[in-house]
Ligand binder design. Structure first.
Ligand code: CA2
Length: 149
């Protein structure tokens, strides 16, 4: 079965514990459940991960792009690295697998430093501001591009 890698960046392990007015009350476990449900609808395996470390996110992207990885798409919420990381931009550019950038909040309605993404120009698509549902939307979008086996 083809796999979608869902990759979450720094501090997203804290989801549901603070700032509910910005990020809602769902936990990362709830996000994982929603991703598995979306994956099931498209007969896609979901590999769900979170790391607070930029290098670990880059390694996971490289791994997804390797021949024979079985990964047909990546959903990436890189958290604050979105606004800082040329290294993540380069990693996304380096793989042939499509990456969809996701943000729970509408970053464009927040502080100006969140308005710029180093990742967007390297990504196949972007979903922002739809909370947990945005992850399922990204999986739906990837499934629409994935040729059936
Ligand atoms: O809206 C998003 O999904 C973000 O990627 C979340 C990042 C933020 O830096 C981006 O600008 C937008 C922050 C994730 C931190 O999540 C927390 C959740 C609860 C409590 C503390 C942090």
């Amino acid at each position: 079965m083809a796999t979608v890698l869902v990759l979450n960046g720094p501090n997203l392990n804290l989801l549901g514990s603070r700032e509910p007015q910005v990020y809602g009350r769902a936990t990362l476990q709830d996000v994982e459940r929603a991703c598995h449900e979306a994956g099931k609808r498209h007969a896609l395996e979901v590999d769900f991960r979170q790391s607070n470390h930029e290098g670990a996110l880059i390694d996971a992207i490289h791994e997804a792009g390797r021949a024979g990885s079985g990964v047909t798409g990546v959903v990436l919420n890189a958290g604050a690295y979105t606004h800082t990381s040329v290294a993540l931009h380069d990693a996304i550019k380096a793989i042939a697998v499509p990456v969809v950038e996701v943000h729970l909040s509408n970053v464009h309605a927040r502080e100006p430093f969140r308005h710029h993404s180093y990742l967007s120009p390297a990504c196949a698509g972007i979903v922002v501001g739809f909370g947990v549902a945005g992850y399922a939307m990204a999986i739906d979008g990837l499934a629409a591009r994935t040729p059936p086996p």
